[in-house]
Structure formats: C-alpha cells, structure tokens
Write a protein of this length. Structure first.
Lengths: 110, 113
C-alpha cells in the first residue's frame, strides 16, 4: 500500500503569515492530490500534480511535486482565516484505491 | 450541479440495529468508494466499486457491506453495527483510472451506542 506521511500534524499561524505543509510518500508518486476539509465536512479538491518538478497555484495556494516524485509541499501565502481546516494529501497508484495522509490541521488566528 | 449526496448526515443508532447509508452521484462516474475517518487514523477505505455489480474490499471492510446495482448509487450497509463503527463516513466518486479527481460527499456522522 501507499503510505503518505504529512507534517506538521497541526499548525497555528497568525493571519498574514506564510506556511508550508509537507507530504512524503513511501513510494514514487504517479499522481498526488491535495484536498482541504473543513471540520466535520466533506473534502474539497485543491490540486493534482503528476510530473516531477510540477508546480501549480490557485489563488494563494501553491503545490509542488519534487523531481523524484516522493515528496510534495503545499504553501499558503499570506494566510487568512478562510484557509483554516484540515489539509490532506492523497495518492492513487493503481487506479483502485485512494490513499490519504493523516492530515494537517491548520488554524489561522485573526 | 455535479455532486455526491449522502444521507443521512447524522445518525445515532443502537448496537445491532441494521442501517444503510445512501450515496448517490450525478456525474456518471464508474468508480465509487466509501471511507471512514477517525481521529489519529485519517481516512481509510472501506469498500470500492469499479463499476456496476463490481465491488471490492478496501483496507477496513469488516462489519460492512455494499452493493452497486446502479451506476449512480452505492449504499453502505451495516448489518449489525457496533460502537467501534462510530465514525465519520464519506462516499466518493470519480471517473475510472488513475489521476482523476475524486468528488466527496458531505459526510455522515454515525454514532453507535
């Protein structure tokens, strides 16, 4: 199975600060997904990365997949309270099973 | 609007009383799956279905059943719920194949007393 380890487990930042969440895989990633979950609610798709070195941005969130395709990072610039939630990385190496990291809980203090 | 709909959103039941959580998607996705989310354990896959009449076990299938008689529906059945099945459940769907976005339902919070 694919194991995804996220760090940190939780993060508390002041509004306006930048932050980075990491996702490390035990195997080569052939597709890495980032989702956001508001507490107790469903998952919202953020981005998908496929190629080594790929980088994608959406509003103030940027995700990168390293060249070796075993690590991804999610960077939020100038964080806002609306960014608060749980961020999950996911992978689907076989097309059958989606594996998720344990998540990073983000709190943004106004 | 493209969506995955789960019902109910909240459910409190007693040990041993059979229940069904419904999941329906309107995107004509072949692939559907069920997850449970528990503190410290993250999201774990219970069952998945690659298409109609095709289902397979995920990582934690014990105590659960599923069926896929129609493409749009994928109900999760707990024949005899136990307190250790108290959890937050999510249904997801996507097009078949790797590297396709999965769409998630809003979740069902189940408490078994």
């Amino acid at each position: 199975s694919q194991e995804l380890e996220q760090s940190p487990q939780s993060l508390i930042v002041q509004e306006g600060k930048n932050l980075t969440i990491n996702c490390t895989s035990s195997k080569t990633l052939y597709g890495l997904y980032w989702y956001k979950q508001k507490y107790g609610e469903g998952l919202i798709f953020l981005m998908m990365l496929q190629k080594g070195g790929e980088e994608k941005s959406h509003e103030k969130i940027t995700a990168k997949l390293d060249e070796k395709k075993q690590q991804s990072s999610l960077h939020i610039t100038a964080s806002q309270p609306s960014h608060a939630g749980i961020y999950l990385c996911g992978a689907d190496p076989t097309g059958n099973q989606f594996y998720f990291g344990t998540g990073t809980s983000l709190t943004v203090i106004p | 609007e493209a969506q995955v709909t789960q019902n109910p959103r909240y459910l409190i039941t007693v040990t041993g009383k059979k229940l069904t959580v419904t999941c329906s998607q309107n995107m004509n996705h072949e692939y559907m799956s069920w997850y449970r989310q528990d503190p410290g354990l993250g999201l774990r896959q219970i069952y998945y279905s690659m298409n109609v009449e095709v289902t397979d076990k995920g990582d934690v299938p014990e105590g659960y059943k599923v069926s896929r008689k129609e493409k749009r529906n994928f109900p999760l059945i707990l024949e005899s719920p136990s307190p250790n099945q108290t959890s937050l459940y999510f249904c997801a769907s996507r097009y078949r194949g790797s590297n396709t976005e999965a769409f998630f339902g809003q979740g069902t919070r189940l408490t078994v007393v």
